[in-house]
Write a protein that binds this ligand. Sequence first.
Ligand code: NAD
Length: 509
Amino acid sequence: MTKTASVSPSEKSSSLDPVANFIGGKWSVPKTAKTTPVYNPSTGEIIAQTPMCGEKEVDLAVKDAHRAFADWSETPPVERCRILFRYKMYLEEEFEPLARSICREHGKNIMEARGDLRRGIEVVEYACGIPELLKGEVLENVARGIDCEMVRQAHGVCVGICPYNFPALVPMWMFPLAIACGNSFILKLSEKVPLTGIRLIELLEKAGLPPGVLNVVHGGRECVDALLTHPLVRAISFVGSSPVAKYIFDKGTQHGKRVQAAGGAKNYVFVLPDADFKNSVTGLVDAAFGCAGQRCMAGSTAVTIGQAADRLLEPLAEVVKAIEVGPTDRTHGARMGAVISAQHLERVSGLISSGVKEGASLLVDGRGLKVKEAPQGFYMGPTIVDRVEAKMEIAREEVFGPVLNIMRFADLDAAIEMANATPFGNGACIYTQSGKAAREFKHRIKAGMVGINVGVPAPLAYFPFSGWDHSFFGDLHLQGKEAILFYTRAKVTTSRWFRHGEGDIWHKE
Ligand code: NAD
């Protein structure tokens, strides 16, 4: 890689130049032959290129992070958190431009983009409490005159590998807590949405983070493989699809790294006949079609019990048909935006068609939608697929698009049995006015994040993002105290002090 002078990527001239890596406190465009285009999904335009880096760039970044770790890990936690306080201030100052940047490269609407960023800032706020969060434990007199203390120490170089669907939140699940704990960090943003992440790191640099503590390297599989196998990398955080999460977990742990790998999902929203239907419809629409369904917590399947379908479907279809779809990168953007790419659009359409072929029926069909003002955008209208059965491909696969499946069950037991048979285990919700049914559901459902009359029960920064089974590979989750445990390791010291010249007085007969 040829290093050039550090030019801030947000000041560079052409949007078609490859975006820069950030290594050793310098922004520089790697001289890799391969790049991948970054699109504005609202318009279909190419807005940047992501360089596909490999072993050489990864090695440079990791070695640099390893050097920076020596001093950063000795920096008092209170000094580390002062930088994070400044960072939080800059994030607030630049809140709207950052949210606009999310709309531009992802396609979600401005309210969703603000939520993406706000949830990320909340992790920074949590990380600002690091002196309290890092405190250890002491027990005096574990035996006479012997004390035991446990402290938590940083690992060294940690890595974060991100998906495309939350350009701000997911990177911020990772690096603020990792560096607050005293680690240095390599961030591998999604090659599909690198622009917001780059700006997040420029602001961290402006807040005073020392060079090398956080490095950014762009790329895809080759870059990830180099990170997974580099001997100086100690811990890896991953968020993305389940097959890749499993691959990261297996390969990372085989190479002796600590790994947390969050994967995909299939989240069920149960609607009981006694539900408050007005609120159930609002909750379901947001859960299924928010971010055009590209959320790991998307409520992508409504599970109706007994007569609930009869009361739910008509008002639901009416609301869904009225959702305005279009560009979200304008001042007054549409309610629902595009999906991330033309290929993804095709995949989602294919899954709907396969559902119909296997016997499901279309209540609302959003395929083939053309948006006049943006004919090249990657649009699909909201879609409702009714009478979906567990064996169908559309029921088994994570669709990750604006598609709501409807499944019908005679009773709660049969529905819970179906939901618990899925390999995933991220989220599940119930709409009911019955405390007994809600309690039964909460207790028996196989999912790590549960909502009761809440459609998207994504936990906030101070709780773990607690997926189960194929939705999470590892032990300690992202966010909350589990993240602090993940980014540190325990050291227990047992100590005894002798009185000078008297020997071990405590053990004298
Ligand atoms: P993805 O798995 O395709 O990519 C995620 C990251 O892995 C990217 O940085 C990508 O460059 C890298 N990658 C892709 N293929 C790879 C391979 N074969 N080997 C090594 N690295 C590879 O995911 P995506 O499409 O960017 O994001 C959507 C997925 O993320 C969905 O499945 C969604 O449910 C999931 N997600 C999960 C959570 C969670 O908390 N469980 C949160 C957000 C997103």
